[in-house]
Design a protein around this ligand. Structure first.
Ligand code: V55
Ligand code: FE
Length: 488
């Protein structure tokens, strides 16, 4: 097979296609805590076949799920492609059938109207079942032990009322329910949304339909104890773009941003949403949100301009890397206040993305956040391995929202890192009491390592380094599941 000789398909981004089950991985430094029992699931895009048209973007590859399971100090790695409808149809004929990212007008005749999801953005165990997610389609149901696909189109037994499902669901730590949403819920480019609440038995107990001010890439959101919070940022699209075969999203810097706050307690409906606004800026991921009474705080890595060069400016302006630098910023609104404006306050000067928290505090006031950061004072000895915005994510940092201080560790000049994930220490309840697990991209040797840190002391470096037998492509998101949750 001949893949394009372009940055999306070469170097560390070369397609991998490795499916594996390696029962005992070598620990080359430190020690894996013996009481750590559970699995770290994560996913990356890994194109099965060369694209239909010359080149493609990283976001369009077929989802490949990795599972690192920890028990008695041993680590096992399983890896398998998600068998999406797209994957199965293309495998059957031995070549690509689906075209450009989120543009069905570019698909081959024989797959017109089929579900286009790649399940490449997030993977999360919930109620003993594993969901692989892409925001343009329903979840894929997988076996959490074998990584086999059980249902390629999972509708929660017919309860889903939307064509799509977010790749960023959240678990409410108080109820254990999953909170989720769908955008483009009634079809491509529509402004239709659904907010969902789902029990661990996979019963959908709430589905609130509403509309957003304009269609946008609604990639992430915030939950609080009393509200669901949606940021509308103008990575937008229209049918004319798709007909012209431009990249699906373009960043329209003429448009303001909006923050929609939906009460999620009692019998609140779409009528109860309040919309706030601010001048144009960029934000995609959300670290956490919380409310104090009717005041809602929403913490996000925010940039002045577009962060995605492959979803370029709507009017054709060149990409501006400095304006793509994001810093954790707190957006604050008051549901009972007189003002419709969003107040903004920068929380740290660190440039970073892929923010995570101790998820036991999701929706509640958290003190700490972990994220990948670009330390520009450090040398870089290799190209490649960069984030979507072209950043070299060379540092893992923990920020303290109370003091503004940070604790960080530099990975060296020939590596970069993938999104961190927090693991609670078994038996603990205090925020931050646990570990951070993450992949290191060994760019110099085209290989990968798994790193484990004490979450409250990153600066000392990894407490364990696990050597992996093959390169794992740059990925998006993942989550930890304790063994006890899978057994149940
Ligand atoms: C994002 C990632 C996606 C996508 C839409 O990081 C947004 C944002 C990996 O796919 O389809
Ligand atoms: Fe994401």
């Amino acid at each position: 097979m001949k893949f394009p000789n372009t940055p999306s398909f070469t170097g560390f981004f070369a397609p991998s296609g490795v499916e594996a089950d390696v029962k005992h991985l070598p620990v080359v430094q430190g020690e894996v805590p013996a009481d750590l029992a559970g699995s770290f699931y994560r996913v990356h895009p890994d194109p099965q076949f060369p694209p239909l048209y010359g080149d493609d973007i990283w976001f369009n590859g077929d989802g490949m799920v990795s599972r690192f399971s920890f028990r008695d100090g041993n680590v096992r790695l399983q890896q398998k492609w998600v068998r999406t409808p797209k994957f199965n149809m293309e495998r059957a004929v031995g070549h690509a059938l689906f075209g450009a990212y989120r543009n069905p007008l570019t698909d081959s005749e024989e797959v017109k109207g089929e579900i286009r999801g790649t399940a490449n953005t997030n993977v999360i165990a919930f109620g003993g079942k594993l969901l692989a997610l892409k925001e343009d389609s329903p979840p894929v149901l997988m076996d959490p032990d074998t990584l086999e696909t059980i249902e390629a189109v999972y509708t929660f037994n017919g309860q889903l009322i939307s064509e799509t499902f977010t790749a960023h669901p959240k678990i409410d730590p108080k109820t254990g329910n999953m909170l989720a949403f769908s955008y483009a819920a009634k079809g491509l480019l529509t402004r239709d949304m659904v907010f969902y609440e789902i029990t661990p038995e996979h019963e959908i107990i709430k589905a609130i339909e509403f509309q957003i001010p304009y269609y946008c890439m609604m990639h992430d959101w915030g939950i609080t104890e009393d509200y669901a919070v949606f940021h509308v940022v103008p990575s937008t699209s229209d049918w004319e773009r798709l007909e012209k075969r431009l990249p699906h999203f373009g960043f329209d810097k003429r448009k303001p941003i909006h923050l929609g706050v939906l009460p999620r307690t009692g019998n609140a409906t779409a009528e109860d949403i309040r919309w706030f606004s601010a001048p144009n800026c960029f934000a995609s991921h959300v670290m956490n949100a919380h409310n104090v009474g009717t005041t809602v705080h929403f913490d996000t890595p925010m940039a002045e301009g577009n962060m995605f060069p492959f979803f370029p400016d709507y009017e054709g302006a060149p990409f501006e890397p400095l304006k793509a630098q994001s810093r954790i910023t707190r957006w604050t609104v008051d549901m009972l206040g007189n003002s419709d404006e969003i107040k903004m306050e920068r929380k740290t000067e660190l440039v970073g993305e892929f923010p995570r928290i101790d998820d036991r505090f999701a929706g509640f006031k958290n003190r700490y956040g972990w994220l990948l950061s670009q330390d520009m004072t450090k040398p870089v000895d290799l190209p490649g391995g960069r984030s979507a915005a072209g950043m070299m994510m060379n540092t893992i940092a923990r920020i303290d929202l109370e003091t503004g201080e940070s604790d960080s560790w530099w990975v060296g000049s020939v590596s970069s890192m993938q999104e961190p994930c927090f693991i609670p220490r078994p038996g603990s309840t205090e925020e931050g009491d646990g570990y951070i697990v993450m992949l290191e991209n060994r760019l110099a040797e085209m290989g990968s390592r798994l790193l484990l840190f004490a979450a409250m002391n990153l600066a000392q470096g990894p407490i364990a380094t696990i050597q992996l037998p093959f390169r794992i492509r740059s990925g998006l998101h993942g989550n930890w599941t304790p063994e006890t949750a899978l057994a149940a």
